[in-house]
Write a protein that binds this ligand. Sequence first.
Ligand code: CTP
Length: 401
Amino acid sequence: MLAGKRIILGVTGGIAAYKAVYLLRDFQKAGAEVRVTMTPSATRFVGSETFAALSRSEVAVEVFNDEKPGKNWTKHIHWGEWADLFVIAPCTANTLSKIVHGQSDNMLTSTLLAARCPVLICPTMDGEMYESPAVSKNLTTVQEMGYHLLEPDEGYLASGLEAVGRLPEPETILKKSAEIIKTHRIQGPLTGKKVIVTAGPTREFIDPVRFISNPSSGKMGVAMADAARALGADVMLLHGPVSVPIPDRLPTREFTSAEDLFELMKSYTDADVVIMAAAVADYKPISRSDQKIKKDRTDESSSIELTRTPDILANLGKNKKKHQTFIGFAMETENLIENAKSKLEKKNLDWICANSLNTRGSGFAGDTNTIHLLGKDDHKEFSGKKSEIAFEILDEIFGDH
Ligand code: CTP
């Protein structure tokens, strides 16, 4: 359950901070990718270098970057978006109180406010503190706020007392984390659906320094993937060399050529939904030169012989299963509706998003688009920001109307 999951481990300033080192290792052994954020007082118990070395990643303590002011100060937002689960272990009474009051005075508490994932809080403190009225009230409140809580164990504490307050063993925390991930779902019309989205251009290399491609930025495909995720889907974004940032929250795999994408898609033939927004080259050079083609070794005029690439969507369409919905894209310069409708039929698609290079505000790299969503008997038009119409299109197809 934890394999491939992205976990933020928040470490606060209690003696049990040293146990968080073992927890980090165990999360990694279970296949999770872990980033660590520590409160400044946690660094008095365990050095941030220990977590940095083990997580092979920077350990975030402060929101602001004193060495390079202004640089990367929105990291807490990106980390918050990136995570599938946020585990605070150990969580002191002080951090617990900050969580209840929505304080954001360090990287850990700021990232927590930005996080959209489920959160597991593992409070640890001395028995007397744990049973104090303020802590008891805060423990009830965090649960009411929707956070998950793992009660501390009873046993020998650093104060020498035997009481409730020990951090549970890593295996208990791992088990609880797996349960949370298993049951957590963004609720929406695509909840429980595996959705594959392709985005961006392909590159068909002629020689090591030249290729045939197109101006696709990948913006529309990335917007479709993000919208599908927000509607509850389990998304995988396959992308070519895009020129837009991809949000951390999206799991991705990369391709370069049409052939690469064709091979990648073989792993996802059972997806519930395929959204094919990639601008796939229809032709590639028959052969690729191993060395750079030199001008002085070729004639004044020269030609490249091309051969067809596989039509990925048409191939998928041939073996479409009942539970599957295929959505294609068509960028046209003439006869928009007619050409798109013919692709819808030929490739056995359920829907096609047709856009014209000649419509104002549409096209490859811009922020806006006009899309004609064509189904077998439907035709709806959507205009506006790519990020917004992506939602509208998916809501039109999968929403409860
Ligand atoms: N497509 C694909 N494999 C290809 C070419 C295109 O899967 N080799 C997909 C695209 O991702 C898109 C749809 O098919 O979702 C239509 O692509 P488009 O390039 O508009 O159509 P083509 O079938 O290539 O026809 P033409 O280039 O002649 O317009």
